[in-house]
Each structure stands twice: as structure tokens, then as C-alpha cells.
Write a protein that binds this ligand. Sequence first.
Ligand code: NOJ
Length: 681
Amino acid sequence: MSSPVHQNSSFSTPQWWKEAVVYQIYPSSFQSHSGATTGWGSIQGIASRLDYLKSLGVDVVWSSPICKSPQADMGYDIADYKQIYHRYGTLQDVDNLIAELTKRGMKLMMDLVVNHTSNEHAWFLESRSSKDSPKRDWYIWKKPKSVSADGVPEPPSNWAQILGEANSAWTYDEKTGEYYLSLFTPEQPDLNWENPEVRAAVWDVMHFWLQRGAAGFRMDVINLISKVPGYPDAEVVLGAGCKFQPAFKYFVNGPKMHDYLQEMHREVLSKYDTITVGEMPGISDDDEVLRTVGAKAGELRMIFIFDLVDIDKPHVRMALKPWDVKEMKSIISRWQRVMIEKDGWNSVFIENHDNPRSVSRYVDDSDEWRHIGAKLIALMQTTLGGTLFIYQGEEIGLRNISKSWDIEEFKDIETINYWAKVNDLYADNPEELAYGRKIIDMKARDHSRTPMHWNAEENAGFCDAGAKPWMRIMDDYKTVNVDAQMKADLGDDLSVWQFWQRGLKDRKEHADVFVYGDFEELSVEHPNVFAYVRTSIKGEKWLVVLNYSGQELEWLMPDNLSVQFWACSNYVKGRAEKPLKKTIPLKPWEGILGRGVECVEYDDAKFAKADSFGYDKLSKPQSRPTTEISDVKFWLVTGDVKPPLKEIKYEAPSQSWGVGSPVYFLLIREGDLKRCKKDFQ
Ligand code: NOJ
């Protein structure tokens, strides 16, 4: 029997932000509004799609940054936290968006980018204006480490820029002769969180948006806000020719991060009922994560843990490392268990604007398999515990950019920097150049940033026919689009969209199982099948079996389990016809969901003589039927229950039963129940 969700934990305590389905919008690529000529998405465009999102099953919309920005990093470089980027619209449009969301019972989550600002933010312009500026200390300024013989000032440390690892994370400022820290790009100077004025300014921005009606924040790289003092040189891990080195250990979850997050909680978050998710790359230690998302720590509601999307990442993102399904399973299972056992809360996500498409990455995006593969992922995502995040286009199984596209079609600063570095280093080496292109084809952030496919019309319904989209639209939009998938009548099959919609509905109807339930992985050693049981606190069980391979295979269900029926499969619309126990045949990339039954060995002789074991209380008033699953009934038996049935003792949490512990379940099959009743009454 799987261990029940912990009795004293608040893991299963219902909260709106735990059950919410969050949909991430990449605003430049989601929806332009009618009459706009920019070729960019807009806030009015988002507002025009709220009924669509509602019908999918979305509760919260998180938009990547919409504030005023020169767009060096697509809005993750903010020049004014209280103004809107002109192509996206105005503050009035945001107010209207919030009002329209509220009408539909939905909420808005803002992207809070406060590890750094744009180099065009007034704070930075003031800071760089002179060494005596009152805002000088709002950013991280350092003298050059040394000046070379030919007069070149050397950066204070060897840290590499995150979005261009060939370059230094320090940017030299001629005017004042000092370097400023800019971990991502020179256009994104890091704020100095040591300075209390900076923190107060951030709290002010947060109040501004919460008072305007935002329901919370996704916090950009929020675990980078505290840096190790002294900015020591990082270990050399990148090969020859690389002057700068990844230095995550010196700024990920730095020494004062928890102090700052606690202050943020005290000063801002504790005053509102928010949904918060911290983007926290590079951290994987359970206890450290729990310091932020543990129920008692309460710094943030949840974070994004990157183990799954970084499964193929060695030291830097634009590189590859081999991985297999077993590793993928163990990452997912680990975090499911950690949050249950240590009373934390987690987000569930597999795509975002910084990662390639999941159908291309974890399954098979060929024309033959994409449809099944995308639904396999949907089945997994909708049955895992935590707050579920969906990224735009995931619900129709969008895939990566075609390998045939010219490099000029890629717009992301990281891709551009990476390609420049590869060309600098290997201009005359076709093999290395081809490898560089392969990395782009597999890892570039551009894959998830192409405009949304709404319909088969010109520009995919993303922007007016006469406008030129800011980024090329994928070639398959005529067949793979929202309109076609919503309307699809595929006989005994569902489109990817229809499957997501149904999965989200099931998830909500069975939130006690899929959002709050216990999680137990089965067949841990299986190289391709990811199987797990989700169990609600009342004992309702669902079994998920996912074949992460393009091969047909058989999966052996453990002896103590069977299913009543297979409610869902990514191959058919209705119930799947499969054996209910033991050997289960699976098609390539097939996923199935079954209503589970736990079988407890019992022995007729014991029931025949049950009264002699003290089970005569069974038919008395203090006993009552609890959950019914098929032909097995669970009976709650109070009182002095003795062996030999102690092996099925179940410590039910007192709050759900209203009785003191321990309580016991006696499992009796329907036929036997009648017999027992007869015997005992
Ligand atoms: C994480 C964001 O998701 C990414 O898109 C951005 O480039 C960096 N943070 C810097 O803000």
C-alpha cells in the first residue's frame, strides 16, 4: 500500500492557487489585435482570447513581461515597471484585461523581473551618470581587476554572461572607468539587493501591480538576487578558448536570498492573497528548496524547479548531455515525493518560453507520432501533483522550428550570441559549425516563441493578413491550429486540444487525487514505462501508465493492483480496452489512465471466523461504509481491532474522519460483505 499523504501536513489542504491551471502567454507571439499593423501580439489581443482560455480550463493567465522595455531580451529588460511597452498597449488595456478576466472568474499573474533592469531604466541611467550619484549603489559597480600592459581594464572576475557565455558578465563603463555586473547581457544590469532602497523600490512596484488587481507574480530568476561577496573567480569548466566561466555557484541561492524573500513576504505578500512562483534555476537540494516553498517557510507559494527541462544540460544551456527515460522518471517522481513528504508545494511544467517544445524533446514530433506524443505528455501533466502550468501552443502540440529554416529566422539574443561564438571559434570547421547548428535545432529558445497558430488563414490568425509577424510563423499552421483542433471530429479519437480540455476537466473534478493526492511510482527500474498511482486522502486511486518509447511493449502491473476500468487513453476517445490486471500491452507512446483498486490478500477462513477476532463491531452503528470502489468496500472499524488483520491498518488523518486515531480499514469483497452481514446480524 502506498504511504498516505502525511497526516500532519498541509499538503492536501485545499487552496485556490494549488488547484489553479495557469496558462503562460508569450505576449509578442500570442495574439495581435485586429487593426494592429505591428506584427506583434498585444494586450487587447490577449483580452480577445479569454473565452478561448476559459473553455480550455484555464484559471490564471501569466504573461511574460509587458512593461516598457527596449526588448534586448524580449521584455526581460524593463525600463519602467509602471508603464506598458507601446506595442503591447497601455495601462488602460491592462486594467481592462483584469476586468475581463475577473468577469470570467480568472486572474492575472505578472512577470516580476527584478534581479536586473534594462540599461535604459531611469535608475540605471542615474546610477551610471557618476560615481557620486545617489543611485550609484543601486547597481553592482566594481573597479577593474587589473589593467593589462596595453591598457585594457580586466573584469573583476571571470564570470561568463548567461545569455552569451563567450562574453564577460561584467560590462565596462568608459565614463566612470568601472565595471557593472550584468549577468544576462550588458543591457540587463543587476540590481544591488544589498541596498535597502532597492528593496523598497521593488516592494513599491509589487504593491503597484497588486493594487491594480494582479493576483500575483512569476518572479524572474528570483534566486539570483544575492551574490557571494567578493565575486570570486569561478572554476574553469569550459574548454580551451573560453576566457569566461559559468559561475552559478556564486549567485544561485546566495547568502542573503532567504532574508530578502522573507522581507518581501513581510512587506508585501502577506498583505494579499496571492499566487507566486519563483523561477529558481540551478537549485536542486530538497532542503534548500523547502526553505522557500515549505508550508512553514512560506516565502513563496511554489517555484519552478529546472531538473526536468535541464535534463540535457551540462554546464551551460546551449550544449547537450545524454539522458534517458529512467532519469526523466526519477526527476519527476523525486519532486512529487519530496513535496508530499516534506510538506512543500510545487509547480508542474514541461514547457516555457526558454525551452524547446516538449513534443520534440521528450517524445516524437514526426507527422506520424506528434499527435499521440503530445497527448502522452498531456496525460502526464494533468495527472501530476502540484499547480499546473501550460505554455501557449502546448495544448495543440506545437513542435520545434524546422531544421530547414535559415539561421536569420532565429531572433533570440541567446541564439544570436551562441551562433556568433561558434562562428568565431570554428569559422573553418564545418563539423563544428554543423554541431553548433544542431544545438540550435535542439535547444534554442526560439522554438517556443513562434507566433501562435489560431487558424488556417494568412498569418495563422495571429495578426492581420497585411501585417508582417515579428517572427516567422511555422509552416504547419494550416493543419495544426486551434480552430481545427477545437472543431475536430476524429471519430473514436480526440485532437490534442480536446484531450487537454478533457484532462483539465478530469483534473479539476478529481483534484483530491490529481492535485492533492499521494504519489507512488511503480516499476522504477523500467527503462521506458513511467507508471504511478495517485491516491486521494480518502483512498480513491488512479493508475497512470505512460509508454515513453516508440515500441510496443507489455507492462506488468504489480500483483496488489488492478483497475476497474481504463478511463482514458491517448489513442481513443472512450475507455481503453485493456486487461484490468497483470500484463498490459501498450502501443508506441501510449498512455492510459485507470481507476485503481488495491487488492488485499484475504483468506476466507478468517472471515468465516471473523467474530472470534473481534470484528463483530462491523455491523454495529460505529462502523460505516466509507469509500466504495467497485466490488470492494472499505469499512471504517473503530475500537479494539486485533490481529491478524493489523497488516491492513491504515492511519487515516483524524480531520477527514472526525475520530481519534488509529482507525482501521477492513476490505471485504461484495460477495463476502453479504455473507459477513448475514453472519454478524
Ligand atoms: C529568465 C527568463 O525566463 C529569460 O527569458 C530571461 O532571458 C532571463 N530570465 C533574464 O531575465
